[in-house]
Write a protein that binds this ligand. Structure first.
Ligand code: NAD
Length: 348
């Protein structure tokens, strides 16, 4: 378990609404712990806790490497978002968030919508990603997708010498909020895209609209592709899938893609597959809500998103020089920033 790495973990339950939630605050050195709230039908409470711990740590790294003054946190709600979610449940969750007095700031994640954040906002000011009419920046997913595209381009430049996505074969796993925006941009820029999702209805619609190829979820790893873009759930880069992968680049939005960041990061390196650190290239949404906290400015957001290219390039350069996987270099760079700022704050 990662429990000794976290500042605070709060278990919240409410029988009347059916709410069962965990709020994990990893580190607040750089600022308040910001991270979305995920609603998922976890197989066990232990799995849910592990997810909250891993995701909140990822948020600390994401904010740190992106140069934001934010700490890392994450909330999870256990249950089926399609059947259990209600105004009452979301407002109850909002009250728990409020009890933390701003140490944790919530936002939307998998299983959540801006409408849900509206309900949370009714109980606490410590929420971002609320709709525009409530003074928020709305759905962060299009900006997250922009950042992933920037990350793909920086990775193409490193592996192929050009960052042009035209005619590059790119497979997207997960066509949800982020995946669909990414699909749209890639098709617009001339990439040859294949897609997969467990939601067959959605896939049918998208194949019709974008004239792209559909692949079944279990076959996606064997697809002939230059770039694999995981935009569904975590831990999908593991022993079983790495063996099947033929791509040159992995760059997608899903959090915690590597089942074991050290071991699988090294396996990818040895196989010559460039891994774009997920917590960096999916930081666009975080940059968007960060701007919301400081008076929203779209130009500033896009400048931060475009800077993902430079940070990726620095990581790849350092990884080559030190012969270490990109996943570990990115983590080290994030930890270095947190350590440096901690020293300043402690007056060292
Ligand atoms: P989403 O719930 O809208 O979409 C996820 C999609 O993945 C769904 O369409 C789902 O059917 C599909 N999926 C689930 N399991 C699958 C499987 N085994 N094979 C294929 N498809 C599968 O979520 P989202 O907001 O698009 O986020 C996607 C990922 O990106 C998540 O890991 C999320 O944490 C991460 N992320 C999202 C944002 C954001 O701004 N939304 C920001 C940072 C990171």
């Amino acid at each position: 378990m990662l429990l000794n790495e976290h500042e605070q973990v709060m278990f919240c339950s409410d029988k009347k609404t059916g709410l069962k939630s965990i709020i994990a605050i990893h580190d607040t050195t750089l600022g308040p712990a910001l991270g979305g709230c995920r609603m998922w039908s976890y197989v066990s409470e232990k799995t849910a806790l592990l997810d909250a711990l891993r995701l909140s740590r990822g948020m600390s790294y994401k904010a740190a490497i992106s140069g934001l003054n934010l700490g890392g946190g994450k909330a999870i709600i256990i249950g089926n978002s399609a059947t259990l979610k209600s105004e009452k449940l979301m407002r109850r969750f909002g009250r728990f968030v409020n009890n933390l007095g701003g140490k944790y700031i919530t936002a939307e994640d998998v299983g959540m919508t801006t409408r849900d954040m509206e309900f949370v906002r009714m109980e606490t000011p410590h929420v971002v990603g609320v709709p525009e009419h409530m003074g928020g920046s709305g759905d962060p997913s299009p900006i997250t997708a922009e950042g992933v595209l920037v990350g793909i381009k920086a990775s193409l430049k490193h592996q192929f010498g050009s960052d042009d996505v035209k005619d590059k074969r790119i497979a997207i796993q997960g066509l949800g909020h982020v995946g669909e925006y990414l699909l749209k941009s890639l098709v617009k820029e001339g990439a040859i895209v294949s897609i997969t999702d467990i939601n067959e209805v959605k896939i049918k619609e998208l194949v019709k609209e974008y004239k792209v190829k559909a692949v079944s979820p279990d076959k996606i790893y064997q697809e002939d592709m230059d770039v694999f873009a995981p935009c569904a759930l975590g831990a999908i880069i593991n022993n079983e899938t790495i063996e099947q992968l033929k791509c040159k680049i992995i760059a997608g939005s899903a959090n915690n893609q590597l089942a074991d960041e050290l071991y699988h990061g090294n396996l990818l390196k040895d196989k010559g597959i460039l891994y774009a650190p997920d917590f960096l290239i999916n930081a666009g949404g975080l940059m968007n809500v960060y701007s919301e906290m400081n008076g929203y400015n779209k130009n500033h957001v896009m400048a931060m998103v475009n800077n993902i290219y430079t940070i990726c390039t620095d990581i790849y350069k350092r990884a080559n020089q030190e012969n270490i996987s990109t996943a570990i270099i990115a983590k080290q760079m994030a930890e270095e920033r947190i350590k440096n700022i901690k020293e300043i704050k402690n007056g060292l």
